[in-house]
Design a protein around this ligand. Sequence first.
Ligand code: PEP
Length: 253
Amino acid sequence: MRRPIIAGNWKMNKTIGESIELSTALKRVLFDEGSVDIVLCPPFTALSEVAETILDSNLALGAQNCFWEEKGAYTGEISPLMLKDLGCKYTIVGHSERRQYFGETNQLVNKKIKTLLKIGINPIMCIGENLEERESGKTFDIINNHIEGGLLDISSDELLKITIAYEPVWAIGTGRNATPEQAGEVHRFIRKKIEKLYNGESATLLRIQYGGSVTPENISDLIKDPDIDGALVGGASLKSDSFVKIVKAASNK
Ligand code: PEP
């Protein structure tokens, strides 16, 4: 009932030429993959070329971040309006690297989500605990806090445009993925939280993807969990063969 979604977060990798090469290879192999939403999030500098490469295909374009205003005197920032203009259908917000290195707070995440929704771009909202928080038993407090802050004043209709990415910080780029049991437990907690904040239907329809060292080797076990609707993939999205394997595994859900 929930269509799986696999998104590749290329982070600060790939020149324009490399981005065209990767997106061309992915389009060639994934052209008939009809049962999964596939999102490519290249760096800002390659969005235009990747948009052109994947035009009229089943691959969607996403950005890795945005500013919270549509336009104005904000030197160096990129607005949701500009992303829409480039053909972006999705934008990642609140990635732990942005929370950690750039001071992105729940309040900023919430402002970005509101502007993205106004412009008509689907936000992918990242939430998740760090290692210290997990080890001191604070995982669910952090999840509560990220959800309540990030989704403040978001209606139930708007919620369905959002994908939540549960990304335990200790699993990102470390090669240490959460086990399907660990991820599944938090995904169920998120769904329950959404049911409390909104209603049962919203909780049933909301897509929740897992992120953190997802590979072709571990995706099949993760995606089997009924509450895991896909993956946000960093490192393994940088090579076409590994990303393709992850998409194919999700298509069997
Ligand atoms: C990410 O960038 O969101 C991510 C999950 O990275 P990785 O897959 O490399 O852990």
